[in-house]
Design a protein around this ligand. Structure first.
Ligand SMILES: O=C1O[C@H](COP(=O)(O)O)[C@@H](O)[C@H](O)[C@H]1O
Length: 283
């Protein structure tokens, strides 16, 4: 797709950073990006397994609910999951399910039976176990793909929204949950942002996806963006374990969708070949 106003930092390997002039343009490009991945997944696998997140990300799905996508996409093949959920009731203002239901699911013809929300009627420990069990069943029948490198689920697309502290899903800087290798879904009871109890995909699951998109907008994200992308940043500003920096697809592709404000710390590096942790991007 042609992106007239986006600045694209071309990666040499499997990542790309797209920078847009406006939030509306992010929504337009994200809709086309998701649409293309869903069409490829349905063609190749017969299903499209997508995991969503909370935060401003949901509002960027608005163009996907409009023409032509509302008519052209094969919504009956979509399977919806969440990369994380807060331990609140589904009708609570802080529920990622509620946010997604109102901002996206209520506007498109996805089958109710294909919406795999996280149990809000159990302890976080049990809800995490249940969710992993459900995902394991769907991997067995290949509604969700499986990674060729490990036995992890291979979601066709995981959509993440980066917080100002560099968190993604409910994986927070320096949290022990970042080091889990065998669990697919875990829980935390000490989130630095409310509510404290949350259920989240682990990094092995995120990194096994075929496609990962991270949306970050606003100048409060600029510092985390810099830490997430550039090499050699040390000191108190740089947590040893920064979740957004740890998103490194094993076999898939990562695309960042940024506005100018979130990308301002990258723009400052323009003028040469800046060295990034994962790849060399041509600036
Ligand atoms: O707590 C959460 O926050 C992030 C996004 O952070 P925000 O500061 O941009 O609102 C979101 O991706 C995640 O799903 C959510 O649970």
């Amino acid at each position: 797709m042609e992106r007239e106003s986006a600045t694209t930092y071309e990666p040499k390997r499997n990542s790309e950073i797209r920078v847009f002039e406006s939030l509306d343009e992010i929504s337009t490009d994200l809709a086309e990006y998701i649409s293309q991945i869903s069409e490829i997944s349905v063609k190749e696998r017969g299903y499209f397994a997508i995991a969503l997140s909370g935060g401003p990300l949901v509002s960027f799905l608005r163009k996907l609910c409009e023409a032509p996508y509302n008519k052209t996409l094969d919504w009956s093949k979509w399977y919806i999951f969440w990369s994380d959920e807060r331990a609140v009731a589904k009708n609570h203002a802080e529920s990622n399910y509620k946010l997604t239901k109102e901002g996206f699911l209520a506007k498109v013809p996805i089958l109710n039976g294909h919406v795999y929300s996280i149990n809000d009627n159990a302890t976080v420990e049990d809800a995490a176990k249940d969710y992993e069990f459900v995902i394991r069943q769907l991997v067995k029948v290949r509604t969700i793909g499986v990674s060729e490198s490990n036995d992890c689920p291979k979601f066709d697309l995981i959509l993440l929204d980066m917080g100002a502290d560099g968190h993604v899903a409910s994986l927070f800087p320096n949290h022990p949950a970042l080091e889990l290798k065998d669990d697919w879904v875990t829980y935390i009871t000490d989130s630095p942002q409310p509510p404290p109890e949350r259920i989240t995909f682990t990094l092995p699951v995120i990194n096994s996806a075929s496609n990962i998109a991270i949306v970050a907008t606003g100048d409060d994200k600029a510092k985390a963006m810099h830490l997430a992308v550039f090499d050699g940043i040390e000191g108190p500003e740089a947590p040893a374990l920064l979740p957004a920096r740890m998103v490194k697809p094993t076999d898939g592709k990562l695309v960042w969708f940024l506005d100018k404000a979130a990308a301002s710390s990258l723009e400052a590096e323009k003028g040469g070949n800046a060295s990034y942790e994962h790849h060399e991007y041509l600036l």
